[in-house]
Ligand binder design. Structure first.
Ligand code: PA5
Length: 447
């Protein structure tokens, strides 16, 4: 199988005591077998495991048909969702899009904007101002169909569409991605006649990027979802191997070995701003999957070189409970080099003829060495370049490694019981029927 992603942990070795790496590999392989054998906790949520190799091609065809339909006459598509129903597509779009697409004369069409990922009145009001000027469509994504943030955003956007386009036309401008049978969004979609896609019962939100949850927004933005699925499918093969060369086994092994040696925080690092939301997606995947039962590596992120001028100080010299994983992109998609300046007033002629990427790579190497010298173990997840195929492979790689890693940690990677607590309090404080007692209790408390 062709090489897609490599995990390099040389710069973590010196931080691990004798025998700890071997022990971690052995545990990681055991956890892989439990995952692949579907014998672990939460094993009714393993639909994502073989998703790339089993996805129904008619779903891909339908996704592409909508993308094709909305490529004309629609300026803006609002993707409504939160958590796993939003971060995967946001990550893929940020990674694959031209940084300045918004300002380019021949930029993409339609533009994708997100909603339902916060409860900011300013955000939604400004979005409504935008929608009143443009021809818009919406993809509303919620597995449960009951999550407050996207439901509130959808209610407002739906009303706006119905006032502007009429109820019938509005239904043609809305696609819902939700559960097969349950939930308010399913009921509403059936009543209004929206086209719908199903999030399989056995695929949890944060493992759903390779279902229509992620595929539909990415296809609408004009990217090649078949290549994304091919990358994921190839990674499915690579990461199912019972081998110490399996990159998911390596990554899960080393991060757990470091955690057990007292490194409680993992900082995912990128040197390419296109990967900023990949880090957000990764944080949600690992944070919700592992942070429970008073255990779990705390997932954090930085964007270098920008954050070398802020978080760099802490990483170099702060408390030594951190390790770094750098998502290292081997080849940029474009090329630009630094010209010679005969006057050399800025003293930068030593860089003449060098590419920006060479400077970036030396910043990366220099930083890794400095951080290792400062007591921060380092790993690298190496990606050949940023494209649809590799992004698909990377999504699957991190999902697989997360399942293995959570099993090593001894937790259920597929539930999120802690997320409910804030919801109950919020419902009570907002006066939801059935929460009266809770509301009294909360109001009696002061924070
Ligand atoms: O990973 C998860 O399960 C969560 O982050 C959910 O994706 C998030 O809470 C949104 O849920 P829903 O799609 O049901 O609206």
């Amino acid at each position: 199988m062709k090489r897609i992603i490599e995990v390099d942990f040389n710069a973590a070795r010196e931080f691990l005591a004798e025998g700890k790496i071997e022990e971690a590999f052995s545990n990681s392989l055991k956890a892989l077998d439990i995952l692949e054998g579907r014998e672990g906790r939460g094993n009714d949520y393993l639909g994502w495991l073989n998703l790339p190799s089993t996805i129904d091609s008619t779903i891909v065809d339908r996704v592409e048909k909508i993308a094709q339909k909305w490529s004309k006459g629609i300026d803006i598509v609002v993707v409504i969702g939160i958590g796993g129903s939003y971060l995967g597509s946001k990550a893929a779009l940020e990674a694959l899009s031209h940084h300045f697409d918004l300002y380019m004369e021949n930029g993409s069409s339609p533009k994708i904007v997100f909603a339902g990922q916060n409860l900011s009145e300013d955000y939604l009001s400004e979005l409504m101002e935008l929608l009143s000027e443009k021809s818009a469509a919406a993809v509303v994504i919620s597995k449960s169909g009951t999550t407050t943030e996207p439901a509130v955003a959808f209610r407002i956007i739906k009303q706006h569409f119905e006032e502007k386009y009429g109820r019938e036309e509005s239904a043609g401008r809305i696609v819902a991605v939700t559960d097969a049978a349950h939930g308010a969004l399913r009921k509403l979609s059936d009543m209004e006649g929206y086209e719908t896609f199903i999030i399989p019962d056995d695929v949890g939100g944060r493992y759903s990027v390779l279902t229509p949850v992620g595929l539909l927004p990415v296809a609408i933005a004009g990217f090649d979802i078949r290549a994304m699925l091919r990358g994921a499918k190839d990674m499915e093969v690579v990461t199912s191997e019972h081998s110490e060369k399996n990159p998911a086994v390596v990554y899960a092994a080393i991060r757990n070995a470091l955690y057990n040696s007292g490194k409680k925080i993992e900082i995912i690092v990128n040197y390419n701003p296109k990967l900023q939301y990949v880090a957000e997606w990764w944080k949600q995947l690992y944070g919700e999957s592992e942070g429970k039962e008073n255990r779990g590596i705390f997932p954090a992120s930085v964007n270098f070189t920008s954050d070398l001028h802020s978080m760099g100080q802490y990483i170099q010299e702060g408390e030594r409970h951190i390790f770094e994983t750098v998502i290292s992109v081997e080849k940029p998609s474009r090329s630009l080099s630094i010209a010679n300046d005969p006057k050399n007033l800025d003293g930068l002629n030593f860089l003449s003829g060098k590419s920006i990427d060479e400077c970036n790579k030396m910043a990366e190497l220099g930083t890794r060495i400095a951080h290792v010298d400062g007591g921060v173990p380092n790993m690298r997840v190496v990606l050949p370049e940023i494209n649809e195929y590799n992004i698909g492979a990377m999504f699957y790689f991190f999902e697989k490694a997360c399942g293995i890693s959570a099993y090593m940690l001894g937790v259920n990677p597929f539930d999120q019981p802690g997320v409910e607590d804030y919801k109950k309090n919020m419902f009570a404080l907002l006066g939801k029927p059935g929460f009266e007692e809770k509301a009294k209790e909360l109001r009696a408390r002061s924070l």
